[in-house]
Ligand binder design. Sequence first.
Ligand code: COA
Length: 325
Amino acid sequence: MTKQHAILVGVGGYLPPRILTNDELATRVDTSDAWITERTGIRQRHIAGPEDSCVAMATKAAAAALADAGATAADVDAIIVGTSTPDEAFPATAVRVQAALGVTAGFAFDLAAACSGFVYALSVADAMIRAGQARGVLVIGAEVYSRILDWTDRGTCVLFGDGAGAVFLRAEHSGVGPQTRGILSTHIHADGRHGDILYVDGAVGRPDRPGHLRMLGREVFRHAVGRLSEVVGEALAANGLQQSDIDWLVPHQANLRIIDGIGKKLGMADSHVVKTVDRHANTSAASIPLALAEAWHDGRIRRGDLVLMEALGGGLTWGAALVRI
Ligand code: COA
């Protein structure tokens, strides 16, 4: 028996050229390179310039993913952008990207799940491909957190960066089972009771109050380790797989301590955990596809490898995806 699967055939990323180091940040707020590095593993972040809108960065990442797949605009019939920092309330970022790429078929929409945005978008894209509603889907994570940070709050402004990453998924008929290529399964969750531990106190479209990110860091940290461990177990069990079957962990890049904690729980060799947090900081929905792009293009991740992605973010939202490349 064969079934329609979402095969990951192209990956792309874009980072704004401007780099902000911890030392430079320390000239603006009362912090230090030593504090930031020790608590988070972050050494620098990329910051959007005036030309790096959410749409512009998403478009560049998407174009790179399409080129990597050897695909063109004519192969795309759906675009889903995970973002919490769109340039406009509407049209959706995804619709602007559609126009910029010259895609004329299908549909396009944004999905807001904060740092879980990419895993959520991957889950929706996978379901639509399995249901036969789309055949060529661009899944993009694009964020401009520098525009919602309170640059006087040292507890949050040191943690985030800007960027975009994208994958191109193609529908293919293939056999069923853990050796099947493509997205094996996705597992997404939310618990709105914890909405106030990580949120933005304003909204796009409110020029009087565009909003700043607010966070109870310790609370988020506590939830992250527990929830992520649970969802990773859920993903493995759903596919009858063991921890030792995972070739690569491509986690959301929020904090090195969280990443290393999950890697240890899974018994992963450190060299098989993809880490970009030191250079990118937390780029929210863009962080997983940006990390994936790095390990995909430098040849670490290869065809046949089993990749586990996981993320937790504001909402709370969290999730995991298992993908056979
Ligand atoms: N530089 C220097 N000192 C800082 C600082 C900074 N950038 N930010 C906070 N501090 C200070 C605090 O003011 C506090 O000082 P006090 O003890 O005098 O009050 C002290 O450091 C400890 O603060 P605390 O917030 O308890 O630190 P922490 O050990 O919990 O580390 C985080 C803070 C944010 C690094 C940590 O909680 C974390 O990583 N949380 C998860 C955040 C995350 O990943 N969010 C995104 C999820 S998608």
